[in-house]
Ligand binder design. Structure first.
Ligand code: HPA
Length: 265
């Protein structure tokens, strides 16, 4: 069957954002900050997966944030929903084809250190793939041997730090550990992730970073810390807690990102 669904580029009606942002669990309210919004449902875009879990909308909103044209993706599909770590590949490819150059990834994550409390915002400096999956497995061609040394763009990291300073927001930095989920980790696993050098743990972002780098996008990523990870000070994380705490931190994330977009050269 021929897929006759319109492409993202066709749906943009002449708008040409260079920056896209994927909103993590319960950060969906960021889409409300978009001025002069053009709303496109994932269901109207070829290959876009419809998120099946609560806290994720499934809508692309294009418009101005901080004076810049941005494509805001409210909702992502996770590898754990289907077992397919490449579930977001059509989205990343569509963004690239539509002219996107920078991808900002956001997520909710658990803290691996008591020093980084719930409500904190952490910028990813690197990641550890503990999910045992890679979205490029099964792809062929030399371009799949993607260097991951500076996966999180150093210039964008610097710009995020500057934006946080200007807005007087504390911005933590660290290494994000990707755990497949959807069950949460055991306290023993969390102990191991700490020993491995992780700072936060979550169930997303890493496959999108790998895909984005594969397609030549520059990447920055931010975690909202919604909880202490399992076993730390007796913590026992839940999806309800993730949604609640994520929503609470959304306003500060909005402040940080608006400043970041505004100042981005
Ligand atoms: N573990 C994994 N994913 C998460 C967590 C966590 O503790 N909190 C929010 N997302």
């Amino acid at each position: 069957m021929i897929n006759e669904m319109p492409t993202l580029k066709e749906k943009l009606q002449g708008r040409a954002p260079k920056i896209a942002i994927i909103l993590g669990s319960s950060l969906g309210s960021f889409a409300d900050a978009v001025k002069d919004p053009l709303r496109i449902s994932y269901g109207d875009l070829a290959g876009f997966p419809i998120p099946k879990i609560s806290g994720h909308a499934g809508e692309l909103v294009v418009g101005k944030v901080g004076g810049k044209e941005i494509a805001v993706l409210a909702g992502r599909a996770h590898a754990y929903e289907s077992g397919n770590p490449a579930v977001m590949r059509p989205v990343i490819e569509a963004l690239k084809a539509a002219g996107i150059e920078i991808l900002i990834l956001t997520n909710a994550a658990g803290s691996l250190t008591p020093k980084m409390r719930p409500g904190s915002i952490m910028m990813l400096t690197d990641h550890i793939n503990q999910a045992g999956m890679n979205p490029l497995i099964g792809s062929h061609g030399d371009e799949n041997f993607v260097p991951m040394t500076n996966a999180y763009d150093l210039q964008l990291q610097k710009a995020l730090k500057t934006a946080a300073k200007k807005e007087k927001l504390k911005l933590h930095q660290g290494v994000y550990v990707w755990y497949s989920g959807p069950s949460f980790e055991t306290p023993a696993e969390i102990k191991m992730f700490r020993l491995l050098g992780g700072t936060a743990v979550g169930m997303s972002t890493v496959p999108e970073t790998i895909l984005a780098r594969r397609f030549g996008l520059r990447v920055a990523a931010l975690s909202v810390i919604t909880n202490l990870a399992a076993g730390i000070e007796g913590a026992s994380p839940s999806h309800e807690e993730t949604k609640r705490e994520g929503a609470k931190a959304a306003e500060r994330m909005k402040t940080l990102l608006t400043r970041f977009f505004k100042d981005l050269k």
